[in-house]
Design a protein around this ligand. Sequence first.
Ligand code: AMP
Ligand code: MG
Length: 482
Amino acid sequence: MTAFNFDNTYVHLPMTFYSKLSPVPAPKPEMVILNAPLATDMGLDFSSMSPDAQVALFAGNRIPDGAESLAQAYAGHQFGHFTMLGDGRAILLGEHLTPTGQRLDVQFKGSGRTPYSRGGDGRAAIGPMLREYLISEAMHALNVPTTRSLAVVTSGETVHRETDLPGAILTRIASSHIRVGTFQYAAMQQDNGILKSLVDYTIERHYPSIGEEKNKPLSLLEAVMEKQADLITQWMRVGFIHGVMNTDNVALSGETIDYGPCAFMDAYDPGTVFSSIDHRGRYAYANQPNIAQWNLARFAETLLPILDNDTEKATEMAEEALHGFEALYKDKWFAMMRSKLGLFSDRTENKSLVTDLLEWMHEVGADYINTFRDLTEDELPQGEPYDKKTFKEWHTRWQAQLSQATEPLESSVSLMRANNPSVIPRNHKVEQVLDAATNGDIQPLEDLLAALQEPYENRTDLNPYQSPPKPEEKVHQTFCGT
Ligand code: AMP
Ligand code: MG
């Protein structure tokens, strides 16, 4: 009696890519949260299972039929330094085929030690696992590509961090867990056959339109670049700061993966950083596109031996492709920013409207989300900061462009509404609900999750979640949460 429809392919890659093993059983697991709508979307039905059987399933204590569990091997540049990594506390249970034929990884995070654990305990604390659950589900509702979260259970174990905390296991759902770091690991094997097998596998799984006639590694590089440019553009749209854009946290599928110290920006400031370990602002809000390009360069390097037999030519091909990233991203970013202002045309004045508004927002410390949302309303709120002369002048220019556009005003408003959320998981709220959940009260988290389900609607019940933090509520730092 299994709810999953496993059809596993990763296990057929060369054995160097993984270690077969089972999750370490949890001593006394309890259900914290189960994502019923996601389960339904995946074609899963747990209704015939007792609550105990469900908990045993999501704790890794009862391995479902068809699972072939394994830990994946990978490497990665962490804050610029190359390291051999691998799933140190995660186990891929298998690949589930949904009724519509989608292939999804089902992975436990926090399920015990693996051959790649290094010094770690292989476990996770409840706060960070619920944080990933909450933010990944919020990102999905915001229409940002992301891994999903199916369940969180506590393990019954205590994990030792700065303090003792309840241990937990997250069930993560992803289009795959192939990372730039997986390619770095493959390249380390110095065996073109192994590298090619990963290229072919990734193309088949994520980019099936790349045909046999093409230079496959080059086409893959270009396709991944396009996906990353799209992804970062979406992060910028909603003010998301990933916080640990290491190459092991860049998914080839183009999904956001690994929610650690990530956070959403309140007041607009391109230099915003939250992560306590990001001392130099490497992963600051406005640096994310540059880092994406840096990560893509690391990806391109792994492909050099199979791009062309001639090393020089291979390097040229990779460099030429990578050079295109800046323009590719800029076009996408401007188009996205224009859509936030309801502007359809890419004329020069519309570009300056975008940059001038952002500059003004930075100057006055305007709230990123609420300012754009206010602009979608028929009337702007009275008083500060919209009564400022610089803003009024900008507003007049903007209105002039909107009225000159060939598209009707209604179309502009719909475009703006679809691109400017009215609610995001603000850090101070996230911290509050995680604190409550860690102390046994899951209700505030459930309420916040419910509020984040339709983030483009104007619902009055969203009000408590829309205000920026008061000075005393401000979250200045977030932590990796391992
Ligand atoms: P992350 O910062 O979450 O992307 O993790 C970086 C690497 O550290 C990955 O290889 C993880 O599997 C590993 N890792 C993180 N936390 C633990 C832990 N508690 N035990 C073992 N490995 C871990
Ligand atoms: Mg990671």
